[in-house]
Design a protein around this ligand. Structure first.
Ligand SMILES: [Zn+2]
Ligand SMILES: [Zn+2]
Length: 241
């Protein structure tokens, strides 16, 4: 399996995933032009994509769906519970071929896909796992907190893309964010903080995961070095390097 995150965070999300016989993107939250360009860096043409999988209907995850799906005739995969919200946000929905799924696992060629609900303030938000042979990839962003169901789904992953959205102190001290917005982000259906991500990584590490990529970092309320240090310091207390 090949995976490459091409954009992450509230400016737009795009992840490319490839197995031997399947090429998909997870979310399409950039302009079509930018998606074409970033895929070209991997020598991938959008016309080779088998699917666009959607986590949820927020604009940073769907901005390019209208154009990229219709221009290249790529089917858009969405959970039944998120379908209407997505459909209503897209301008070219009538021209798009949707594939709706429920909680059951499904496959795109040889790529085995599981999905699970994550707590976030969208109509419906999915996390995903992708399996090819013995390799398991989990992608988990845009969630206010983890549940036992979420943890059991991502357990045993080879690699996890995990949200580390904000440093709680930086967010609380940010003068540009209203009280209401801070409460939204910090709430149970908002975004995962660095320290919450650290707790998830501890669980993953104790269950065999060796690689985690921090994702969906806030531009204003986090930095890569703050996220990295907070998480490493937490893990070090438990002897996890
Ligand atoms: Zn997002
Ligand atoms: Zn979101």
């Amino acid at each position: 399996m090949r995976v490459c995150n091409l954009s992450s965070g509230s400016d737009g999300n795009l992840t490319y995933i490839e197995s031997k016989n399947a090429k998909v993107i997870l979310d399409a939250g950039l302009s079509a032009k930018e998606i074409e360009f970033r895929l070209s860096l991997l020598k991938v043409s959008p016309k080779d994509l088998d699917a666009i999988l959607i986590t949820h209907e927020h604009i940073d995850h769907i901005k390019g769906v209208d154009v990229i799906a219709t221009r290249y005739n790529i089917p858009v995969y969405v959970h039944n519970k998120g379908y209407n919200a997505l459909y209503n946000k897209l301008k070219r929905a009538e021209q798009i071929k949707f594939v709706r799924f429920d909680d059951m696992d499904f496959s795109i060629n040889d790529l085995k896909i599981s999905n699970f609900a994550v707590p976030h303030d969208s109509v419906y938000c999915c996390g995903y796992t992708f399996k090819e042979n013995e390799k398991k990839l989990s992608i988990l962003t845009d969630l206010g907190h983890t549940t036992s169901e979420v943890l059991s789904k991502i357990k045993g992953s080879t690699l996890v893309y995990l949200e580390a959205n904000h440093d709680e102190d930086m967010l609380k001290a940010n003068p540009n964010y209203s009280f209401v917005l801070k409460q939204r982000i910090l709430g149970k259906n908002g975004h995962l903080s660095n320290i919450s991500a650290a707790q998830v990584i501890k669980y993953l590490a104790e269950n065999g995961t060796k690689q985690v990529m921090l994702s969906h970092l806030s531009r204003e309320n986090n930095t890569p070095s703050v996220a990295y240090k907070t998480i490493c310091d937490y893990l070090k207390e438990y002897g996890i390097i």
